[in-house]
Design a protein around this ligand. Structure first.
Ligand code: VGL
Ligand code: ZN
Length: 211
């Protein structure tokens, strides 16, 4: 079975939000269209405490996009974003969340960032997504959402490493940096991740198991 994982399609990552991804809103109609072609859909939410240490505001003298070392990991500093239970952390208004079976939240530990939907960046803790997918008989995952060069790429990389067949739906994601995504896309392809348009990669309606 193939699952669709929709990563971090939240208000703060859309134009006008705290950490806007250029054209981030353009993926919403695509996601709404393709979701129903999957037998299983999971959503993720970036979900930070107000004092999360990925926020530049927690490090006097630092600016967003500066890099620091955090708990012996390199950390990009971000504007305050996706603070749990605030409007900016809400799923995008236009996103149809009806078909989703579950929402996995990540980034709650103040001391470590969590780009991947599977693990924190230090790989100390799992989110439970891998076991949940396996328990439901999923062998293939398709990844979409925001941002292509951070949370979407890390989710695709970890899914491949965990043994899932992986596709990244390029028309259902947008990067913060196009150059950054080009670099990571090459690495993902080397790891066996297929990257292409949803039209060719997403299952066709008649592939769905009958109910
Ligand atoms: C993300 C930066 C910081 C993402 C989350 O969802 O790609 N990027 N937190
Ligand atoms: Zn974040």
């Amino acid at each position: 079975m193939t699952a669709l994982i929709i990563v971090d399609v939240q208000r703060d990552f859309l134009p006008g939000g705290a950490l806007p991804v250029p054209e981030g809103d353009a993926i919403i109609p695509v996601l709404n269209r393709i979701q129903t072609r999957y037998p299983l859909v999971a959503l993720t939410q970036d979900w930070h405490p107000p004092d999360h240490l990925s926020f530049a505001s927690q490090h006097p003298g630092k600016q967003p996009l500066d890099r620091i070392e955090l708990d012996s990991l390199e950390q990009v500093l971000w504007p305050d974003h996706c603070v749990w239970d605030t409007p900016g952390a809400a799923l995008a208004d236009g996103l149809n969340t009806g078909p989703a079976a579950a929402i996995f939240r990540k980034g709650m530990d103040r001391r470590v960032d969590s780009y991947s939907a599977f693990f924190d960046n230090g790989r100390r803790r799992q989110t439970g997504l891998a076991d949940w997918l396996r328990g439901l008989g999923v062998s293939e995952v398709h990844v979409a959402g925001l941002a292509a060069d951070y949370c979407v790429a890390c989710t695709a990389r970890d899914a491949a490493e965990l043994g899932f067949q992986v596709a990244l739906l390029e028309d259902a994601t947008r990067p913060i940096s196009a150059e950054g995504f080009a670099r990571i896309a090459a690495e993902l392809r080397q790891r066996g991740v297929r990257i292409g348009p949803s039209e060719t990669l997403a299952p066709h309606a008649d592939d769905r198991p009958s109910r």
